[in-house]
Design a binder for this molecule. Sequence first.
Ligand code: AHR
Length: 654
Amino acid sequence: MKQKLQILIFLFLALRVPAQDKLFKIAVDKPVAAIAPTMYGVFFEDINMGADGGIYAELVKNRSFEFFRPLMGWKVEQEPHREGAVLVLNRKGQNTNNPRFLRVTLQPGQRQALSLTNEGFRGMGIKKGLYYDFSFMYASMESDIKIRVSLRNAKGQAIGEAALVPPATGGAWKKQEIRFAATDTEEKARLKISIEGSGVIDLDMISLFPGDTWKGRKGGMRADMVQMLADMKPGFIRFPGGCIVEGFDLSQRYQWKKTIGPIEERQLLINRWNFEFAHRPAPDYFQTFGLGFFEYFQLAEDIGAEPLPILNCGMACQFNSAELVPLDQLDPYIQDALDLIEFANGAVTSTWGKIRSDMGHPEPFHLKMMGVGNENWGPQYLERLQLFQKAISARYPDFKIVASSGTGPEGERFDLLNRGLRAMNIDFVDEHYYQPPQWFFGNAKRYDSYPRTATKVFAGEYAAHPAGVAPEKKNNWLAALSVAAFLTGVERNAAVVEMASYAPLFAHTEGWQWSPDLIWVNNLNVWGTPDYYVQKLYSLNKGSKVLPLTMNDEVVAGQDSLYASAALDEHTGEVILKVVNALPRAQSVSLSLTGLKKPATIARLSRLQSSDLYAMNSAEHPRAIYPEEIAIPWSGKQPSITLMPYSFNVIRIK
Ligand code: AHR
């Protein structure tokens, strides 16, 4: 209802605009600022089952029995039931990172069987004909045990199976693996492990990965999800968040050093989104860190994005426990930051560079910047940040620091930090805005009046949240169109804003906590929202220089519900015009390009459009809103183009 009213008011205001010719003037020979190659990036956080159950392709949930409830996700079946046949053992004294394992005992002399079935993350997405890599760690003295593994569809029928006989290990932990093919496609499969014979076997790290991970890496990422990112050609990737960096309290903060090295040694941590929202509880949401900092750097490299890690600044989430590290005890946090730079860039002979090299990447990752703090605020934040800044710039003078401006784009908290950070000459102020679409339309001039100083803006998290029944705020066309309009102002002010990323990035239809999100997935499919296509169009058409664009001598930021910016792509010799028509009817615009060396010849239009502001993409209709590519005639001195109702248009002019 509220949303309908919002749209009616919007329509009423918009329709009062008289139809008339508009002339956009673009001075091609008078670029005003460079557009940073990093301009449009992505924000990754393990929220909404983004990592575990999402891009990290592991299909087994609770593979090492470290969840709060050690058998969560598992079903043990045996006939007849025998007490103590399956035990959860804890070897904390020997192994603090991965203390629990399962001991299965089949009585000697009796041929017995029991099974362990894993439900996956809301089931397992299995594809017909694809190979799956099943593996586990085990230890056994003498045993006569056979393991049969099978994938089961929703009806319980086998859709792929394999068997193996793990030789006794004399008590040492070893790994066994086997690859087998699936015979059918199933969105909600389960993995059944039948253990037969007699003897004792200890099990841990029970794992199943699809054979088609990104770049075919074993234990890697879901290729379809990574491809969506690669297709955007993002300028940077921010990771690992988000609030996840801060933690409910400091013991639950994200610590990058605990996310590298052999996966069986990466200590599991509860995911803060497990319990953050009472209305979206996720008791099975934990971080296994199979996707850890090494993998993040590798991902950044794969997709050609600058890595942008965000580290804890010595403060836990101020909405939760708000714990602080006393200033005189901040050193280990600062050391983590310095060590991360060495891990990413250091020589293979350095302590942390060697660890990177041992993990298979002797070349540096060329880390140039890092965020200190996520949504932290107050004088306590500034005090801590100053200590980080001093230590980092003393060791790495050219290294850039990104700092938080709090949780919102205005108000006392924002003003205090914005002033304070600029006084510190911080490199990037990280601004966050989750606001209604009207805010985005109304703020297309936000950066026009920002100071042109060395301190730049990182629009680090933003999304238009249309009114709706919380928490189901939808990624509809109105939201995406408003962000497209706002981004014309970001692009026009590329002298101020050097990075921007929509947030959050991924959401699983059955595992989300926060919406809207850029990309949605289920166990088998992935699809972009209208917001995704807006971001992608901006990123693929960013150009290298901002060109002045005016209508009646003013920037185009809402007059006649039009929003526009122009850029020059020096690599291709094209002028790139981006225009949003936020009216429910078509409008015509004439273009006057001055300062051309040769007359413009051809133009190509990429258009996102829908007359329905509520339209969305979905698993069934993933391309309900999708860019159309159109060649447009280009002749005369002031050619006219037609902008469809409610459309975002990117026009490349040769
Ligand atoms: O993007 C979701 C959350 O929004 C992030 O974790 C946090 O930084 C912000 O409040």
